[in-house]
Design a binder for this molecule. Structure first.
Ligand code: ZN
Length: 189
């Protein structure tokens, strides 16, 4: 989600891949060590990983190209700082074993993608003469982009400001990043 409301949805192949990878891993785990089945299962798993990696890279190139074509300045959260705050807070919901494992797999697939996307974006930005500003991600997801007060987040997709009420969580976060980069209020449009 960009600060002007442009949504780049996670492509369906990521969710599909999580299911396929989990299934292939289960098959591999059930194969006898040293057996031909095990060798085939391992090959199949490796092939799924390669296919996913290729699809993801293409998607990142395309998304980065779109941003470069439409924006003069691009602000993003500083990945190094994000990693630190994430590991410190350690958010693990545990709604049930399989659900949690699948969610974890989904998340790790998405997380693995973000660093690559940023690297591709930075390279394209440099080539095209665009400026990229990295900002501290601290509390961007929970601070109100309109008044600066701390919001509550009753659901993943919603934040609620004590003064302004409910807002889209991703849009609010993107506007905070915009503001933090010194690009204005983030609500100019
Ligand atoms: Zn507010």
């Amino acid at each position: 989600m960009t600060s002007d409301g442009q949504v780049v949805a996670n492509p369906r192949f990521l969710a599909a891949a999580a299911g396929e990878l989990a299934a292939a891993q289960r098959v591999l785990a059930g194969c006898r060590p040293g057996s031909g089945n095990r060798r085939r299962a391992r090959r199949k798993l490796a092939k799924l990983h390669r296919t996913l990696a290729n699809q993801r890279r293409d998607f990142h190139h395309q998304s980065a190209r779109n941003l470069i074509n439409t924006c003069d300045v691009i602000a993003v959260e500083d990945l190094a700082i994000t990693n630190m705050t994430r590991s410190a807070s350690g958010t693990v919901e545990a709604p049930g074993r399989n659900v949690a494992a699948k969610a974890g797999l989904n998340r790790s697939i998405l997380d693995a993608g973000w660093g690559q996307f940023l690297a591709i974006l930075l390279a394209k930005a440099e080539g095209a003469g665009r400026r990229v500003v990295k900002v501290n991600p601290r509390d961007t997801s929970i601070t109100c982009s309109l008044c600066g007060m701390r919001c509550v987040r009753p659901r993943q997709d919603t934040v609620v400001c004590p003064a302004y009420g409910g807002m889209d969580a991703d849009l609010n976060g993107a506007c905070n990043i915009f503001t933090r980069a010194g690009l204005g209020s983030g609500r100019a449009a």
